[in-house]
Design a protein around this ligand. Structure first.
Ligand code: 48N
Length: 353
């Protein structure tokens, strides 16, 4: 039987097939996607594109607009967002897979206001592709339960699933969390520094990312600020701003060292990242690959389940810090996976445990 390509939310493949049953490595060609197994019978199927909207493409005309209205609409909204989020509940620094998973989990509680600060114009970090710029994204079970919740289709194998394109995960989770009224993404904005008062991180110092990257070309392009009850740092380990959250904690003496991630070991790495996701200084939680940077745990390469579950765990640590129901102390009544509660319960702080 061809490998079930997609696993819908409720049904599970009747018989689990392992990749090796269809692998070309055993002389059997990898089964082509089942949807291509039934050749499209030309001429017998209605292949016309149905137009949902009621307009005529042959005589399309836009309503008139004054250019200044476009400017006022964008300016008014952005300024209102800056005013609204100048003092917020949670600031998430970095919109990679961990930061997005954290934001998605937090967005479920409408009373929590979340600002995501992303230095790139395009959020998503390393989650637009799998490994070596290949498309597919491998997610080890049981993190596929998170994909079920996001209603993302995947090719199911015994111990892992494969999303046909990493961008399907990133675009889906982003579309869902950005639609929520309590979340605001500030992309093309960099966190240049932290607000620290009385030994507690109380927010972030921001600037347009292009300004942050050009401080040496001008003097005194001073930043802006955003206060927060909790800061979640998900700055990853590479790129122009990699691991900037933990590196700043070290340079201001709030932590002693940033040893950097160790060599690759998928099985050790992903469990360690989830286990070690935690509040590392009062007011600041670290999630995703930044955890490997501060703990010296191994890297996992092109598997992404730990980023998702670490992000979810960071969200519940933030809820706990805000005194709200969360999955870590059993006060949460939403749909969280038991594995997360178990992983969170074990916060052994040694990377090699
Ligand atoms: O995707 P990343 O880099 O980070 P994570 O932790 O969300 O996911 C990491 C993951 O993609 C891997 O690296 C995989 C699993 N491979 C591991 C391995 O072994 O190699 O996202 C971090 C985001 C990026 O979009 C950055 O642009 C952004 O954070 N960022 C910042 N944005 C604003 N201000 C900053 N100071 C800043 N620093 C990073």
């Amino acid at each position: 039987m061809a490998t079930t390509l997609t696993s819908s939310l409720s049904s599970k493949p009747k018989t689990k097939t392992s990749f090796l049953d269809h692998s070309s490595f055993h002389g059997v060609p990898i089964s082509s996607p089942s949807r291509l197994l039934q050749p499209i019978k030309s001429g017998t199927q209605n292949l016309s594109i149905s137009m949902s909207a009621s307009y005529d493409l042959n005589s399309f005309k836009f309503e008139p607009i004054k250019e200044s209205i476009v400017s006022r609409e964008m300016t008014r909204r952005y300024m209102m967002d800056m005013i609204t989020y100048a003092d917020t509940d949670v600031v998430i620094v970095g919109a990679g897979s961990a930061g997005l998973s954290c934001a998605y989990e937090l967005s479920k509680n409408p009373s929590v206001q979340v600002a995501i600060i992303e230095q790139s114009v395009s959020p998503g970090g390393g989650a637009w592709l799998g490994g070596q710029l290949f498309s597919s994204m491998v997610v080890r079970k049981p993190a596929h339960l998170f994909l079920n919740e996001l209603e993302i289709e995947y090719d199911e194998q015994d111990d892992y699933v494969v999303i046909k394109h990493a961008a399907l995960f990133t675009s889906t989770i982003m579309s869902k969390l950005l639609a929520r009224p309590n979340v605001k993404l500030f992309n093309a904005v960099a966190v240049e520094d932290l607000i620290v008062k009385g030994g507690r991180v109380g927010g972030v110092v921001t600037n347009w990312a292009l300004v942050s990257m050009n401080h040496d070309t001008q003097s005194c392009m001073d930043p802006n600020v955003m206060e927060a009850k909790v800061v979640v740092s998900s700055c990853g380990h590479d790129g122009p701003f990699g691991a900037t959250g933990v590196k700043r904690l070290k340079s201001i003496g709030m932590i002693d060292s940033v040893p950097g991630m160790k060599a690759l070991d998928m099985n050790a790495a992903e469990d360690a990242i989830v286990r070690l996701t935690r509040e590392i200084v009062p007011g600041m939680i670290v999630t995703g690959m930044e955890v490997a940077e501060i703990d010296g745990s191994p890297r996992m390469g092109p598997t992404f389940g730990a980023m998702m579950i670490s992000g979810q765990k960071a969200a519940h640590l933030a809820l706990q810090s805000l005194g709200l129901p969360n999955a870590l102390d059993g006060t949460y009544t939403g749909n969280i996976h038991p594995e997360l509660i178990l992983a969170a319960a074990d916060t052994t702080e040694t990377a090699d445990a």
